[in-house]
Design a protein around this ligand. Structure first.
Ligand SMILES: Nc1ncnc2c1ncn2[C@@H]1O[C@H](COP(=O)(O)OP(=O)(O)OP(=O)(O)O)[C@@H](O)[C@H]1O
Ligand SMILES: [Mg+2]
Length: 333
């Protein structure tokens, strides 16, 4: 990929927030990039920092957060942009889809009006008629049948899957370059989930929009993403083509995450989980954060003493494991 194809680049993003135990670096150095028209998945257990990463990119972190590193969007450093400029980027060039559609939809207004409103905020001179036409256009794009009739309805008249389509329509209303979907399909049942995921893939195919697709489900990410990163304890520990991570992952945590997927073991067997507690981000001073839970045969003193960085192995795959060059990644007992 050439540099001009790159839309978003996050380098060594550190986010520190006050917690009950004092200030903690909940993101300890996140590295990822998204090309134009690319779908990049972000996987990781609960608490690994996926949502904080999304909020940092959108400029929506709590006011008491301190941020370090770099987030470049189309060449501009977002961490330096004044809030006024961030506000004009949000919703126009970057859209966001959260897990619960009702965090975006207002129950008191008709769905069509809410999409038109999202368009008018960034196109104040276009007028109502243009905005209403745009609303119907994006409803059609996200596969809502009978958009004229549906636009007149209120959110409670829509099912969960349809509401999530409406939220995607709002995110797409201003023809953004990037959509961040944070567990956007997690609350939906499998069939509806597949349909909503398909809407995002179509948006990429037809509009060329880039998608940062956050999910704890690496299997789902492997189905739709071009590339994926795996996060653990506030850091990216592996990045590769999505199918490479799925079939031949190079980090013991990514391997364990895959093994613990529902459906990854024979029917009737107990679902494997990753033994041990997830590391609490920002507390580790040295060593590999995954070391206490790692079952990899090469686990050693070095893992306890020296923090592994996200580096390329001989074959170009990046992993934050000291033993990234051992392609067998054998698991001990
Ligand atoms: N505003 C906040 N103040 C203090 N700690 C926070 C705040 N927001 C998140 N955290 C902590 O930061 C860590 C990362 O949280 P984050 O929400 O990014 O995780 P996640 O990967 O999105 O998890 P999930 O899969 O559950 O959504 C967690 O330990 C969380 O408790
Ligand atoms: Mg989250």
């Amino acid at each position: 990929m050439t540099m001009t194809d790159e839309l978003l680049r996050v380098d060594d993003l550190v986010v520190t927030l006050p917690t009950a135990d004092g200030p903690r670096a909940l993101l300890g150095g996140v590295d990822l990039h998204v090309g134009r028209g690319e779908i990049v998945g972000v996987a990781g257990e609960s608490g690994s920092g996926k949502s904080l990463t999304a909020l940092a990119i959108m400029g929506l972190l709590p006011g008491n957060a301190t941020r370090g590193g770099s987030i470049r969007f189309d060449g501009a450093e977002l961490l330096d942009l004044p809030e006024r400029r961030m506000r004009s980027l949000r919703g126009s060039r970057m859209g966001m889809v959260f897990q619960d559609p009702m965090t975006t939809l207002n129950p008191l207004f008709r769905v069509g009006d809410q999409i038109a409103e999202a368009y008018l905020i960034h196109h104040p001179r276009k007028g109502r008629a243009v905005a209403r036409a745009r609303a119907l256009e994006v409803l059609r794009l996200v596969g809502v049948p009978e958009p004229e009739r549906r636009a007149q309805q209120y959110p409670h008249q829509w099912s969960g899957g349809m509401r999530q389509r409406a939220v995607i329509a709002i995110a797409l209303a201003n023809d953004p370059e990037l959509v961040i979907a944070d567990e956007a399909t997690t609350a939906l049942d499998a069939t509806i989930q597949a349909q909503v995921v398909d809407v995002l893939v179509r948006a990429r195919d037809e509009l060329g929009v880039s998608v940062l697709f956050i999910s704890h489900d690496l299997g789902l990410i492997a189905q739709i993403a071009d590339r994926a990163v795996v996060m653990y304890a506030g850091r990216v520990v592996e990045g590769a083509a999505a199918d490479e991570i799925f079939e031949d992952s190079r980090h013991p945590y990514a391997r364990a995450l895959l093994a613990s997927r529902p459906g990854s073991s024979a029917p009737g067997t107990v679902l494997p989980t990753i033994p041990g507690q997830p590391a609490r981000p920002g507390l580790l001073l040295h060593g590999c954060p995954f070391e206490p839970r790692c079952r990899y045969v090469h686990r050693s003193e070095r893992c306890r003493d020296e923090t592994p960085h996200l580096l390329a192995s001989q074959d170009g795959r990046v992993s934050a494991c000291h033993f990234r060059d051992d392609p067998r990644m054998e698991v001990g007992s």
